[in-house]
Design a protein around this ligand. Structure first.
Ligand SMILES: Nc1nc2c(c(=O)[nH]1)N[C@H]1C(S)=C(S)[C@@H](COP(=O)(O)O)O[C@H]1N2
Ligand SMILES: [Mo]
Length: 313
């Protein structure tokens, strides 16, 4: 008993010292993404700044794609439609300090919240998820994040809040892709409230245990692993609770091809290609069978009982 106690004390002292060290490192570097000690390297990281994380039981055991790959093959039309363009154009992007998120609509706690306040009291988890892009490629991605539901509860949605709408930053000066009209800007996505509250749905601030690179959606993005990648909206600046189903950017611009649900479904083809198979990068051969709900059916199929998934795609 005594032994346990003294080890706890030691743990605590180490923890406190580490916090002090982190705070000092932050002051010295002056490069905080947000002014939260957990977001600053307590030790030099390979590509940037390391996060304090815990492992998640909800991770897949498949080996992740390497950092190089995850940060150079991206979809982020604000920085160009080429897969290599976000890696070239997004590093220049400067996230507003502090990064604020507007909380609007059907909730008691409307207002503006700083990212550092969002992160206060959150445990950041390493979540290794399968990622399936609607275009037919897939990767294994080690995200760092926390359940979106934790933030939603703090907003105290009203009984009328049936959906959650997310909006990305609109900043034509910093996002060259917004000068074009491949999509209407800003990028918008939405989830049904029960999808948003599902424990697999996370807000992401990191990759491979480090601070999220710009091309992957820094400083804050959504990840919903049983849906096509386009649901994973990047650079989130607004979260709005609504009664009616939001119209997402891809529904608005290409309604014949993109529905609201965007559940990974090998039986519903894109108008121009089959969704039955996928190319697991770095292979470009579509020889991996796509799984219903991207393999997360055991956890999420219950959300869609009674819904015709051939019509509600
Ligand atoms: N704001 C914004 N978010 C976005 C996109 C985008 O163009 N703009 N592309 C989506 C698509 S289609 C995919 S597949 C994922 C890619 O995320 P990654 O580059 O981090 O893997 O981001 C999604 N989020
Ligand atoms: Mo995608």
């Amino acid at each position: 008993m005594d032994k346990i106690r003294s080890s706890e004390i030691t743990e605590k002292r180490v923890y406190v010292n580490r916090r002090a060290f982190i705070a000092a490192a932050l002051a010295a570097s002056g490069c905080g993404l947000v002014d939260d000690p957990r977001l600053i390297a307590q030790e030099p990281a390979v590509h940037g700044r390391k996060l304090m994380t815990v492992k998640s039981a909800l991770s897949t055991t498949e080996p992740p794609n390497p950092w190089e790959h995850l940060t150079t093959f991206n979809n982020y039309y604000e920085f160009g439609t080429g897969k290599d363009e976000p890696a070239r154009n997004a590093p220049r992007f400067k996230a507003r300090q502090p990064w604020t998120i507007a909380i609007e609509g059907e909730c008691a706690k409307k207002g503006t919240i700083n990212l550092e306040d969002v992160l206060k009291g959150q445990t950041l988890e390493d979540r290794i998820y399968r990622h399936r892009c609607v275009e037919g490629w897939s990767m294994i991605i080690p995200w760092v994040g926390f359940p979106l539901g934790n933030l939603i509860k703090r907003c105290e949605p009203t009984a009328k809040a049936a959906f959650v709408e997310f909006t990305s930053l609109h900043d034509v000066g910093q996002m060259p892709g917004q000068r074009g009209d491949v999509l209407e800007w800003p990028y918008v996505e939405g989830l049904r409230m029960d999808e948003a509250m599902h424990p697999l749905t996370i807000l992401v601030v990191g990759l491979f245990g480090e601070v999220l690179p710009n091309q992957n959606g820094a400083p804050l993005r959504l990840v919903v692993p049983w849906k096509y990648g386009f649901k994973g909206i990047k650079a989130i600046v607004k979260i709005r609770f609504v009664e009616k189903r939001p119209v997402s950017s891809w529904m608005l611009n290409y309604p014949h091809a993109y529905g609201f649900y965007a559940n990974v479904n090998p039986q519903v083809d894109h108008p121009n290609w089959s969704q039955a198979v996928e190319a697991r990068l770095p292979s470009f051969f579509r020889n991996t069978k796509t799984q219903m709900f991207n393999g997360y059916g055991d956890q999420v199929a219950g959300l869609y009982k009674g819904l015709d998934l051939l019509k509600n795609y």
